[in-house]
Design a protein around this ligand. Structure first.
Ligand code: MN
Length: 249
């Protein structure tokens, strides 16, 4: 079995190597990751410039591209063997609720699923000091189960792990994506030359404590596992739109 490990935090993240260690024995582990932090790059793709790929050690590649680029090049000939599974992470920071749309970590897993591979995104809900030990061990457990059970096509598992020692994890919950309440603001300042610049800011968003949500599970110390499906079509609205007489005029 060949496992592709990628992330959006970049090739220097220790979590990549923690995952490689935790998954060792399952087969050949390839690391293909961006050469720098590409967090919040979502599902972007590098199309308008050439990409460079460094190979600092065997089966380890750093790409001056996005997480999606990493999965694409890994499944289209960079690697000597095609991966059978994609693990994206462990991300430093949460990827829950609506944030999955911004997430490079989740996007890499989604790209894996689009390439027909079972895929898992894993994030540690940490802001400062992060200890990836338990998250890596849990990922190994989950990979073992996914190998036995399989995943449906076009589905991804999105995992968020509380930043606590293993003894303080209170369980594992299968959740749904929760809701954040954003307080976004556009901050306008002047640079030293008197030109305006802008920064997306605002207060830290708060989350809605819905039962069965990823946010609540992690808040209460449980690992959250959310199945995500790639089908975005809104079927009830599609049926309504059919009655809208959209044209011809
Ligand atoms: Mn990240």
């Amino acid at each position: 079995m060949n496992i592709l490990v990628t992330n959006d935090d970049g090739i220097t993240s220790s979590a990549l190597y923690g995952l490689r260690e935790a998954l060792s024995g399952l087969g050949r582990i390839f690391i293909v990751a961006p050469d720098r932090d590409q967090s919040a790059t979502s599902h972007s793709l590098t199309l308008h410039r050439p990409m460079r790929i460094e190979n600092p050690e065997p089966d380890t590649y750093a790409i001056d591209g996005t997480p999606t680029d990493c999965v694409l090049v890994a499944t289209h000939g960079l690697l000597p063997e095609r991966p059978d599974l994609v693990v994206s992470g462990v991300n430093r920071g949460p990827n829950m609720g609506d944030d999955v749309f911004y997430s490079g970590t989740v996007a890499a897993a989604i790209e894996g699923a689009m390439q027909g591979l079972p895929a898992i995104a894993v994030s540690l809900v940490a802001s400062g000091l992060a200890d990836f030990t338990y998250a890596c061990a849990f990922t190994r457990r989950l990979v073992d189960i996914v190998r036995a059970q399989g995943l449906p096509e076009k589905s991804v598992l999105n995992v968020n792990v509380p930043n606590r020692p293993a003894a303080e994890i209170t369980g594992v919950e299968v959740t749904r994506l929760g809701r954040r309440v954003y307080d976004d603001a556009l901050i306008e300042r002047l640079d030293p030359r008197g030109r305006k610049y802008y920064w997306i800011g605002g207060d830290a968003p708060v989350w809605d404590p819905e039962p069965e949500s990823d946010f609540l599970a992690v808040h209460e110390g449980r690992v959250s596992v959310t199945p995500i499906h790639l089908s975005l079509t809104d079927e009830p609205l599609r049926r309504r739109l059919a009655e809208w007489r959209l044209g011809p005029a």
